[in-house]
Design a protein around this ligand. Structure first.
Ligand code: ADP
Ligand code: MG
Length: 611
């Protein structure tokens, strides 16, 4: 006798429920998605006891006929796809046809529905997957699904439900992330007969975003916008100063579907490149639109994940959108101090002598380089500072089309926001440079600022070509571990372009013959060891650009002026001027801020001068 049997439908529905219905919030998600697919404009979600006692979703959507309502409860019954090809061009939120039968198999379930054209509605009662009653009923047009005593017949599952508060917060998350993507729809969330939140319909997506993330973020969010290759990106991102400790402030929508996607998250962080320190998460609401046939939704039963046809293009579009906006907004915004004469600009010669030759390298426009390593362009800096008209297309190097635009707007923004326009007051604790502008008091971290400057110089090929190199009188011998030696060996040619001249002496021994002038006088051994160790963790096999960028970070850190180091006025002024040439002057390569500001209002408030 055959041992293999086809499972009865109720059992297979219960198995499907194991994937689709993890907790009350998953029921809410599936029901709300059905309401949206049915074209509803008002959706009401009523919960009792965190969803243990009741989950009820009512809508004013299309409703179902008597026959369709019965069919909808069968496995693989869906009105959303019909043929093979439909699966590769899904426009609705649902398509698998398994939510209703799965939910009905693990609860006491009541469906009431009426099509607007029909005089009478249908009520279907199901218990643990078995249809108990079907009757005609008077009902408003639309659909109401009530899910009572979820998991009553799967005790092991019910036991895993968390406290009412926890389950409610999951439900709240699901409803708010859905509401954020559909501002034109009214959502009402009720718990134990009390309205928790009512999202009124609005034509302004930003209004809905603020309604979800909170009014205090209204000024902290900046719009993003980008389109290329049929992919369009829009949304809002927070300034790097406003972050969270988790990714919960990050909302990603692909063709209006809320998803969790590691690729997009990665792109987002790359867009913020070096503006955040480890463990900081931005607040971001990102809407991605791609042609329907270029995204596969059928990756996971809960449809929380997607797979893009052109993953790299989507990744780069998001990164670009974010980087552009941060580029435009994350620059210091002060006017020159008008009430006290400007400190005289330092003579470049003096600066160069004071800080070492490398420090006075002709200003290189590193602003754009901060975007991607390979995209670096040497832009004539003078052109930017004089006037926008000096910028002509003809003089631009061949770069991606996005860049000339950035250059143009930069010419408008930058001249009014220069570090050199600050009035320097002096040095504090041999660590911070104290400055003022009309708006308030500014402290710069000398190490972080210099790190940023050196990093951008090291990273720029054109600056590297002009970089002064210091031959070591006595070459330094460094011995490394096996893995470290292997890692370093591969990077030797690249490092030499940065002025770090290393020779492999054989085995695990290396000889350092020259260093960039910025590192002269510094202990070479720890630098080489750190670079080699980093090559082991980064793994040179992954991405040479990334590995090289890491080397720049390490070299900048070793070369930068330390804290507790007295600086002369020309040295400080030199730092400010060099910072002006940076693409991302506000953060060191590790993401720490290079400067902080107390505006007058805050100061006066602290001194109780204003009420
Ligand atoms: P799917 O959404 O994947 O099609 P479901 O099991 O969630 O599968 O729903 C089955 C079908 O029931 C849907 O395709 C739809 O036709 C119908 N349906 C479900 N909920 C609603 C609703 N709120 N309003 C109108 N029709 C609905
Ligand atoms: Mg569905």
């Amino acid at each position: 006798m055959s041992k293999i049997k086809i499972l009865p439908e109720i059992l297979s529905n219960k198995i499907a429920a194991g994937e689709v219905v993890e907790r009350p919030a998953s029921v809410v998600k599936e029901l709300v998605e059905n309401s949206l697919d049915a074209g509803s404009t008002r959706i009401r979600i009523e919960i009792e006891k965190g969803g243990r006692a009741l989950i009820r979703v009512s809508d004013n959507g299309s409703g179902m006929s008597h026959d369709d309502a019965l069919l909808a409860l069968e496995r693989y019954a869906t009105s959303k796809i019909y043929k093979d090809q439909d699966l590769f061009s899904i426009r609705t939120l649902g398509f698998r046809g398994e939510a209703l039968p799965s939910i009905a198999s693990v609860s006491r379930f009541v469906l009431v529905t009426r099509e607007s054209a029909s005089d009478v509605g249908t009520e279907i009662k199901v218990e643990g997957g078995k249809i108990k009653a079907v009757s005609e009923i008077g009902a408003p047009a639309g659909t109401m699904v009530s899910v009572k005593q979820l998991f009553y017949n799967t005790p092991a599952r019910r036991k895993f439900l968390k406290s009412i508060g926890t389950e409610m917060s999951h439900i709240g998350d699901i409803v708010s992330s859905t509401a954020m993507g559909r501002p034109e729809i009214q959502f009402k969330l009720i718990h134990n007969n009390k309205t928790i939140k009512n999202w009124s319909p609005t034509t302004s997506p930003f209004e809905r975003v603020i309604d979800v993330v909170g009014k205090d973020l209204e000024t902290a969010l900046h719009p993003i916008e980008f389109a290329s290759n049929g992919i369009s990106i829009s949304g809002w991102i927070s300034s790097p100063q406003i972050t969270r400790k988790t990714s919960r402030g990050m909302f990603v929508y692909v063709n209006n579907r809320f998803v969790r996607d590691r690729i997009i998250q990665h792109a987002l962080f790359q867009g913020y490149s070096q503006r955040l320190v480890k463990g900081q998460f931005p607040i971001a609401i990102i809407f991605i639109r791609v042609p329907f046939d270029q995204v596969d939704i059928n990756v996971h039963p809960t449809k929380n994940e997607v797979r893009f046809g052109h993953q790299q293009q989507v990744h780069d579009a998001v990164k670009e959108a974010v980087a552009r906006t941060l580029y435009e907004t994350d620059h210091p915004g002060w006017r020159p101090a008008k009430f006290s004469g400007h400190a005289k600009s330092a003579n470049p010669q003096q600066v160069s002598e004071a800080l070492g030759k490398e420090f006075a390298i002709k200003r290189v426009d590193a602003r754009l380089q901060d975007k991607v390593f390979a995209d670096e362009v040497a832009v004539d800096n003078e052109a930017i500072n004089i006037s926008p008209q000096s910028i002509t297309r003809g003089s631009q190097p061949a770069t991606r089309d996005a860049q000339p635009e950035i250059r143009r707007s930069q010419a408008h923004i930058w001249p009014q926001k220069r570090f050199r326009d600050l009035r320097m007051i002096g040095q504090f604790h041999n660590t911070y440079i104290v400055c003022e502008s009309d708006e308030g008091l500014i402290l710069l971290d000398q190490h972080a600022a210099h790190e940023r400057i050196l990093f951008e110089q090291l990273r720029s090929q054109s600056a590297r070509a002009r970089m002064a190199v210091q031959q070591l009188l006595v070459p330094e011998t460094v011995e490394l571990g096996f893995r470290e030696a292997h890692g370093l060996e591969k990077m030797i040619p690249e490092l030499s372009t940065m002025g770090l001249d290393i020779e492999h002496f054989g085995g695990r021994t290396f000889v350092v013959k020259a260093v960039p002038a910025s590192l002269s006088g510094r202990d070479v051994k720890p630098l080489i060891v750190e670079i080699a160790e980093n090559m082991v963790t980064v793994g040179t096999s992954t991405d040479l650009r990334k590995a090289l960028e890491q080397c720049c970070v390490i070299m900048a850190c070793h070369g930068a002026i330390r804290a507790n180091h007295p600086l002369s006025e020309p040295q400080m002024k030199g730092l400010l001027e060099q910072l002006d040439a940076c693409g991302n002057p506000s953060h060191c390569p590790h993401g720490r801020p290079t400067w902080i500001r107390w505006d007058m209002q805050t100061l006066e408030k602290s001194f109780k001068r204003v009420v």
